[in-house]
Design a protein around this ligand. Sequence first.
Ligand code: PLP
Length: 458
Amino acid sequence: MPDIQPIQFDGEATSNDVRAKILQQEPFAIRTFTPSQCVISHSAGSYHFTPEGRKLADFTSGVLVANLGHNPVSWWNRVIEYLGLGTIKEGGEFANCVPLTAYNAITEVEAQANERLIANLQAAPGGGRINQIMWSASGSEAVQKALWAAMKRKPGKDMIIATRGGFHGKKGLAGAVTGSEKDKERDHRVQFISFPIEECDDVETRKQPIDLTRYQQELDALWAEHGERLCCVITEPYLGGGGSYHPQKEYLQLLESFCREHDLVFILDEIQSNFGRTGPMYAFSHYEIEPDVVLLGKGLGNGVPVSAAVGRNDVFECLGYGEASDTWSANPLSSAAVLATLDEFESTDALEKGAHLATIIEAGLIRLKETGAISRVRGEGCVWGIECADVGDREGAVIANQIIEKCYRADGAALAIHLLGALAGKVLRISPPLTMCPQECQAYLDRLYDVCQQVANT
Ligand SMILES: Cc1ncc(COP(=O)(O)O)c(C=O)c1O
């Protein structure tokens, strides 16, 4: 058993105590590593607060969940209203409150969420094929359910093409289509093709045209070998957990046309990108593709656990009664959260705010290369990855951890920033809420510049 010691920082009595207790009573396996292990007492908008009263800008939005910021008041009021909690009287009961679980039953709030989400998807360029929703609670479950449906669509066709280096979750089939054939005990129903990592390893590289010949050849070879058994292609708009690689749109269009040519289900995992992360409501719009199935999660409920596979009814209806059911799918709290989140996006300028913030983030991150701590910058909209350089005898992964810790600690009056543990070893994710105040975001980007400079010169 590894001897893991709780992370402790001077002057953080309460946080240190919580960190130590958590480590005693929970296996560390449920938490990814970060050198800060930030303890959060409360959060509002784009900020977290520690029990010691320190304020940190949240450059992660949870993990790309709180696209509208944490606990927005108007959003909560809407959730409460959809749940029927807004009508409670003094001394009364929650007489009009929907149940929090409605297994083997149906609530009107679920029907409302279906109608609104389908309308929102169909209004988006590329959403024309979507007419049904298969709800679930976590991203991996949505992936699993979509793959089950695709695998049952035609007898004997149970093989999946996934893109190498992707992240779709850790459980079941979601784990099987994550990473590559090298990572695990192979599920031989999953075949991988290359993702154009070299062609988009930096914002500048991505501006170059992409040569698709190699990818077309890989697809053709797979078809020649396994065409009889292939049922679907699953990919992400950009490799998220794999290190923030945002491809030229022609690559995704190639996968789409391969699916059309061979009648395969084209599944796009937008669990990380949905609800405005890359600019438009859904990334499929600006990649100019029309998936058969889209996987939604994270920002879909702005913090309430909810996910969904949305797509063609003729695909989903291949599953029989109960085959995709579970305790939490379409629970009323998640339906209320989806409705409230849709309300906010449809009635406010959240997307425009995100588009404006994107320009500030892009410029601020590209500037970080001057410090020598950052070698590559990749991203779009409000989702970016900065790759840490090797500095002297310190590898990029060490630099990444030093930046995270320094951003967290922020001695004296310096601004503090909350960052996720590095992706793919040395890539720091920068993804603040779309609604973060642009001037404040600029100030925190300037602070990140100082931190990178200090780390590089240590
Ligand atoms: C693109 C993508 N798909 C699927 C998942 C899995 O979601 P969950 O952790 O909710 O199971 C994630 C999580 O980070 C993701 O980024």
